[in-house]
Design a protein around this ligand. Structure first.
Ligand SMILES: [Zn+2]
Length: 272
């Protein structure tokens, strides 16, 4: 068998054993780097990040972030359990922190590790706006979008190193992790998610915020405000989350079904 054939066969084998299912879409996704490896890295990075930044505690804003976070986490658990994925979040260690930083940004690392920067609060404006961003970021984590990007990068490396099928060693994994889950100050700028990942996160995020009791239409207004933040130097969040008319249109068209989904969980009023 030729060397190339051997390589592609092995790649197929790796694919076959290294997929996980996205509980929201039922689609198989690439998972060369298992969560058992990713989550400990995430937890370590998160703790490190908190050590190096000013975490705000016990202010009304900090309490709001935690409160919304708990509601989105609870909504995620209810949704996953109702859809046959009980236990999907068993390795999650939810945490929600507000950090003093003017950057217009927020993120959720694998395992439910969330950071909001104070700089995004003027754009989110209120609790429902925070829920829109939180729902979206948590959706990326739940759908393992970072894991897919990291796996895709490993696959590329696999090709590049021509036949060295050993998965990247720990320090390399660490570097890939930083790049693909990015926490800004680490290896550099976080690489953007693909457009399809963004669309998926928008859709899942709307459902989560609706189940948590927030009006999903708020997300459309949020992205509109986000869009107006553009200009000379677009904020960090916008560099990975371009806000377009298509995005806003999609959100408006999905809002009703997100509410309908939430009603299945007994949610009847939606905070704006
Ligand atoms: Zn996103």
């Amino acid at each position: 068998m030729s060397y190339k054939k051997t390589l592609s066969l092995l790649v197929v084998l790796v694919f076959a054993v290294a997929c996980s299912t996205n509980p929201f879409t039922g689609k198989k996704t690439l998972a060369l780097v298992p969560n058992s490896q990713i989550l400990p890295m995430a937890f370590q990075q998160y703790d490190q990040f908190l050590k190096e930044h000013k975490v705000i505690n016990n202010t009304p804003d900090a309490r709001m972030i935690k409160n919304v976070g708990q509601k989105i986490a609870r909504a995620s658990e209810r949704y996953l359990t109702a859809n046959g994925y009980a236990g999907y979040l068993k390795n999650y260690r939810w945490e929600y922190n507000l950090v003093q930083d003017d950057a217009v940004n927020a993120w959720c690392m694998p395992g439910g590790k969330i950071v909001f920067y104070t700089g995004i609060l003027p754009v989110t404006q209120n609790e429902a706006g925070v829920a829109a961003v939180m729902g979206h970021e948590v959706a990326h984590a739940l759908a393992n979008h970072g894991q897919q990007r990291m796996s895709a990068a490993q696959l590329q490396q696999l090709g590049a190193v021509a036949g060295n099928l050993a998965l990247a060693k720990d320090p390399e994994n660490q570097q890939l992790f930083n790049q693909y889950y990015g926490v800004g100050t680490q290896v550099g700028v976080m690489l953007p998610f693909s457009r399809s990942n963004e669309t998926e996160a928008d859709k899942i995020g709307l459902t989560l915020m609706a189940i948590a009791g927030y009006d999903p239409m708020v997300a459309a207004d949020l992205w509109q405000r986000m869009k107006q933040q553009g200009g000379g130097a677009p904020p960090e969040f916008l560099s990975t989350h371009p806000s377009s008319d298509t995005r806003i249109r999609n959100i408006k068209s999905w809002a009703a079904s997100a509410k309908a989904e939430a009603r299945k969980y007994g949610v009847t009023s939606f905070q704006k």
